[in-house]
Design a protein around this ligand. Sequence first.
Ligand code: THU
Length: 133
Amino acid sequence: MRDDLKSRALAVRENAHAPYSNFQVGAAICTPSGAIYAGCNVENVAYPEGTCAEAGAIAAMVADGAREIAEVYVVAGSPMPVTPCGGCRQKLAEFGAGDVRVTMATTGGVQQVMTLAELLPGAFGAAHMEGDA
Ligand code: THU
């Protein structure tokens, strides 16, 4: 895992807007070219309108014209590493292959690594829509 991915995720987590859950999350993704994009969770008083850290990082990548995720790092302040929610797993799978490494970490230094395929087995993909009459 790249050290700069970790430092970017930790830094962006400080900017999280999480007044309702008080649970700040930072995410950083890198592309095959080595570019890094970071995002934090942005909550809203209308709770369902809040967005996850991973979604912010993906939006920044796409806005910059990049389309491929090579590695992911997610960090939160909980004792146990936080795994991306179901929606974010699908969002990550849109731009990342099954073998992409996702490092889930705590600010205290606990780390767990899984691949995207392990996080989202049986992912819905474009192939499932082929041949529809
Ligand atoms: N959250 C993330 O940003 N990423 C995750 O992987 C898990 C959960 C956020 C959403 C919400 O703002 C807060 O954490 C509590 O669920």
